[in-house]
Design a protein around this ligand. Structure first.
Ligand SMILES: C[S@@+](CC[C@H](N)C(=O)[O-])C[C@H]1O[C@@H](n2cnc3c(N)ncnc32)[C@H](O)[C@@H]1O
Length: 211
């Protein structure tokens, strides 16, 4: 992917020196001023590609540490000559080194590992420490969306939102049995399709961070 124009794989050393795209994603990478939407833990990137095909007026950036998975979305979007989707291969823990304050307009977190073991709780992409990082790059009142098959993670997130005073805007523990949320059923991630094939319910929630 090194030569792909729409994939970034910055090393930590480069980020430490000051990443050239930080604060400049819209202008320098997407060459427009459209809203910037991140998908965290994008895996093979099909959700970012799907959203980008549907919402041409927004820019989508899939983020994951696993290059082999990400390559699938990267090659598909390259072959389709899509201009509003890209990929960033980093640890999400470094996200503040990649984006400036107020640079991001929306965040999707799709089927993150629930990290069921207590000692791994801080690795959850929805842990309050991660939410602090997102708060420092998200525009005020911007939405975060979480889709997961894990009822535990769904409940954990509702608890985090309530405890911190964030604003819950939408929530269901069975998305595909809620006709009012058809919009979020149209595009499915790789893991989402696997869980649906097994007949498992998918949960969804949307919230905003308190300012
Ligand atoms: C269970 S997979 C879900 C992939 C995809 N969203 C889907 O639904 O098919 C979780 C993904 O999150 C990524 N991930 C988890 N923690 C991460 C972190 N701290 N930094 C970057 N990627 C991370 C993993 O590499 C993996 O690809």
């Amino acid at each position: 992917m090194k030569d792909y124009p729409h994939v970034e794989e910055p090393e930590m050393e480069l980020l430490k020196q000051g990443y050239v795209l930080k604060g400049n994603w819209k202008k320098e990478f997407f060459k427009n001023n459209n809203p910037l939407v991140l998908e965290l833990g994008c895996g093979m990137g099909e959700y970012s590609v799907g959203l980008a095909e549907k919402y041409l007026e927004k820019n989508f950036l899939g983020i994951d540490i696993k290059g082999a998975r990400m390559w699938q979305g990267a090659i598909e979007s390259l072959e389709k000559e899509m201009k509003n989707v890209g990929f960033l291969r980093i640890r999400i823990d470094w996200i503040e080194m990649c984006f400036a304050e107020n640079e991001v307009d929306e965040i999707w977190i799709t089927f993150p590992d629930p990290q069921l073991k207590k000692r791994r709780g801080t690795k959850r992409l929805i842990h309050p420490e991660f939410l602090k990082r997102y708060a420092s790059i998200l525009k005020k009142d911007s939405p975060l969306h979480l889709k997961t098959d894990s009822q535990f993670l769904h409940g954990f997130t509702l608890g985090v939102i309530a405890a911190a005073g964030h604003i819950l805007e939408d929530s269901t523990n069975d998305l595909y049995n809620d006709d009012t949320k058809r919009e979020h059923m149209e595009i499915k991630t790789h893991y989402e399709q696997i869980y649906l094939d097994k007949g498992l319910p998918i949960t969804y929630l949307k919230f905003r961070l308190k300012s």
